[in-house]
Design a protein around this ligand. Structure first.
Ligand code: SAM
Length: 378
């Protein structure tokens, strides 16, 4: 394998030379530096002691956790032998020490903190390390559902689970049957599909967690590029699990774009999308702390700070009105988002931009008011 050396955050990282990222024998996507920046910020704030990067590929994520956060013990795991060998190289390169073999396919590096490189099926490792990790990162190809059960048992009962899902086509309704199979949920197509997809993903984790008497609190969740990401704090106890389940429900959308949602175990009328999470997509304090820290740290991706500003400033209500979609659906003119926000605020409503779409507004104004403002531009 031929390598090129990259820099990301404080890490130097060898990645395989390849024409296209999906052709490489070990996966590295520089676009995901933003995902890793936000993860490093989250770990820095949460101060977990033991961290697992369960699906590590080149090791970049775990290496950054080791270099850029106070975590004391960081595990980097991958099932692929090529990935494991590259993880060993990259840990050595960044920690400047040789590793000591501590088991079959398991090498420990110590340089102030312990870094363990591990070659195994993530499910087997997580089953072995029962209630061990304070922060567990699942960053798979596609859906994380195949790893959720073991992850929920491997993370400590007040720990944090960070999940990525890159099966956006499935969660956004392009492959309805796949969404039913993987998430047991009815997806939605159209302008709300990304927020619905993110909420289906969170709702699925909530259902998986509930059987272990674990509740879920969303610290921060978002959609970007081709993926969904959620930082989820677990809360121990049947009452917390019940409380989280009570935030599951269904979404309906009419042809004119009007939507409604309802918290319920089963849908009460036809045409429902879900089950999906209807609770908050962020903890306001956590998002503000992430933003403050992002202003102080050197980040790897040029857009991380701006994106975090958008997330932190976003009104946290379910779903939004997209000016382009509403115009198309109702034969209206398009209005600038900034003007729509101003007009809604003048009427006494709250309204902000949303990271889900540059042409959309999150607001507590009812549909008729929003359409009323759009009509007034004619
Ligand atoms: N986290 C990495 C990053 O930030 O660059 C990217 C991970 S890549 C999307 C997914 C990785 O999961 C691949 O390297 C693949 O070899 C590994 N993988 C797939 N199935 C696995 C399993 N069952 N156990 C452990 N690793 C697995």
């Amino acid at each position: 394998m031929e390598f090129v050396e990259m820099r990301e955050g404080l890490a130097r990282i060898l990645v395989p030379k390849a024409e296209r990222i999906y052709d490489a024998p070990v996966f590295y996507n520089p676009v995901m530096a933003l995902n890793r920046d936000l993860s490093v910020l989250a770990v820095d704030i949460l101060k977990p002691r033991k961290v697992l990067d369960a699906l590590s590929a080149t090791g970049i994520r775990g290496v950054r956790y080791a270099l850029e956060t106070p975590a004391g013990e960081v595990w980097l795991n991958d099932i692929s032998e090529e990935a494991f060998n590259l993880i060993l190289k990259n840990v050595r390169l960044n920690l400047g020490v040789e590793g000591v073999r501590i088991g079959d396919g398991r090498v420990s590096f110590r340089n102030g903190k312990e870094v363990v490189a591990n070659r195994d099926d993530a499910n087997r490792l997580m089953a072995e390390k029962f209630r061990y990790f304070d922060f567990l990162d699942l960053d798979p190809f596609g859906s994380p559902v195949g790893f959720l059960d073991t992850a929920l048992r491997s993370v400590r009962r007040k720990g944090v689970l960070a999940v990525t899902a890159t099966d956006t086509g499935v969660l956004c309704g392009a492959y309805r049957n796949a969404c039913l199979r993987k998430y047991l949920a009815e997806p939605l197509r159209g302008e709300l599909c990304h927020e619905a997809g993110l909420r289906i993903l969170i709702g699925t984790v909530v259902r998986y967690a509930a059987k272990y008497d674990l509740g879920v609190e969303v610290l921060l969740a978002y959609h970007r590029d081709h993926y969904f990401r959620a930082f989820l704090r677990l809360k121990s106890g049947a009452r917390n699990a019940d409380e989280s389940l009570s935030n599951l429900g269904y979404l309906w959308q009419k042809k004119n774009g009007e939507f409604g949602y309802e918290r319920a175990v089963l849908p009460k009328k036809p045409g429902a999308h879900g089950p999906l999470w209807l609770g908050p997509l962020k903890d306001e304090d956590f998002a503000r702390r992430m933003l403050t820290l992002a202003g102080e740290k050197t980040l790897a991706h040029g857009k991380t700070l701006l994106f975090l500003e958008l997330l932190a400033g976003e009104l946290d209500v379910p779903f939004f009105y997209d000016t382009h979609a509403l115009a198309r659906r109702n034969g209206l003119g398009v209005m600038k988002v900034s003007r729509l926000i101003e007009a809604l605020e003048e009427l006494g409503y709250r309204a902000t931009r949303t990271h889900f779409s540059p042409t959309a507004v999150k607001t507590d104004a009812p549909f008729q008011e929003v359409v009323g403002v759009l009509k007034s531009t004619r």
